[in-house]
Design a protein around this ligand. Structure first.
Ligand SMILES: Nc1nc2c(ncn2[C@@H]2O[C@H](COP(=O)(O)OP(=O)(O)OP(=O)(O)O)[C@@H](O)[C@H]2O)c(=O)[nH]1
Ligand SMILES: [Mg+2]
Length: 321
């Protein structure tokens, strides 16, 4: 099950308490303070992973807690520090504290220090001094940082494939990359995004959009967040459509309703299923777009040469952005 948002309670560990205790030395009735300090609470790290399914691993877990530090011991022994924990999140996750709205983005596979464990309290040995040879005081450990966090995945992608259902988006992804997205001759075959790697450029196939997606029709806007960080969009328009320009406008309208800034992204127009029309018609379709777009391409997945040309062209275009 693909999950792209989740709320978790995450806490670093509390520091252990310092204690009041007295040294036991054979032959001495009173050998001074011996209360040790508490151990430090464990901290929390975030680790980005290249796995868009990583959030679904946490779906039955609501709480992540690093270990607390142990309380101090007698004979001036400090408590053990709590172990740190690391939470794996898909690269592209945005982690927002629901109370403060502060957020942190997981943009690479570098571990991120996230929540600090509390310091341990001081035992009475710490307070020993020339004027205070028998200190009675100790302090408690400090709480760890933490709270409730909303985690939202926004894929980090070079090229987002968008278009009506059945436009051939998943077929193109599979033809260009080693992805194995499901393909079907019916609408909404793709229910969650698929990713593929084209010579190091990440391509995402987003479930089909239809007119009215902003009112929740079809799969709605649910997956458009995944193109918010996409560097470039590829409008996939099937040559089965008599009015490809209208199709393009419909999709642009839905993008605008979701987030007008999506309209600013560089675009490629890809006419798909070119085997279904003759060369003249294809040229007339391309002409419709060439007035306003410099990147107007065509492909048929049953024509290996056209797939190869598309692949070469995309690598060239993506290399420049
Ligand atoms: N003739 C022809 N059929 C194609 C081509 N590309 C895809 N198809 C067919 O078109 C249908 C839809 O293909 P998909 O790749 O599943 O389309 P999609 O855009 O991912 O569809 P959704 O996931 O529903 O949005 C399938 O039956 C494919 O076999 C093509 O180049 N030529
Ligand atoms: Mg699909």
């Amino acid at each position: 099950m693909f999950i792209d948002e989740l709320t978790l309670n995450i806490w670093a560990g509390k520091g252990g308490d310092g204690i009041v205790s007295w040294m036991h030395v054979k032959g001495l009735s009173h050998a001074g303070p011996g209360g040790g300090d508490g151990g430090k609470g464990g901290s929390v790290y975030l680790q980005g992973v290249h796995d868009i399914g990583a959030l679904s691993r946490h779906r039955f877990i609501k709480d992540f807690n690093a270990d607390n530090g142990d309380n101090g011991h007698g004979d001036c022994m400090h408590g053990k520090s709590g172990s740190d924990i690391t939470i794996e999140l898909p690269i592209g996750s945005v982690v927002t504290n629901t109370a403060t709205l502060e957020f942190i983005e997981v943009l690479s596979a570098e571990p991120i220090f996230f929540l600090k464990g509390g310091w341990g309290g001081r035992g009475n040995n710490y307070f020993k001094g020339s004027k205070n040879v028998n200190p009675q005081e100790s302090t408690v450990g400090k709480p760890g940082e933490g709270g409730e966090f909303f985690i939202e995945l926004k894929l980090m992608v070079d090229l987002g494939l968008i278009g009506l259902p059945n436009a051939g988006k998943s077929s193109i992804l599979n033809a260009l990359t080693k992805a194995k997205a499901k393909i079907g001759s019916y609408q909404f075959t793709t229910l969650t995004p698929n990713l593929g790697d084209l010579y190091g450029f990440i391509i995402a196939d987003i479930p089909g959009l239809i007119h009215g997606a902003s009112e929740g029709k079809g799969l709605g806007h649910k997956f458009l967040r995944h193109i918010s960080r996409t560097k470039m969009l590829m409008h996939c328009i099937s040559c089965e459509n008599d009015k490809p320009l209208e199709v393009y406008k419909t999709i642009r309208e839905e993008l605008k309703k979701y987030d007008p800034s999506l309209l600013e992204k560089p675009e490629i127009i890809l006419l798909t299923k070119t085997d279904l029309i003759d060369g003249d018609k294809l040229e007339s379709y391309k002409k419709l777009f060439k007035k306003s777009h410099k990147n107007v391409l065509g492909v048929s997945i049953i024509d290996d040469q056209s797939v190869k040309s598309l692949s070469d062209e995309l690598v060239k275009i993506l290399g420049k952005i």
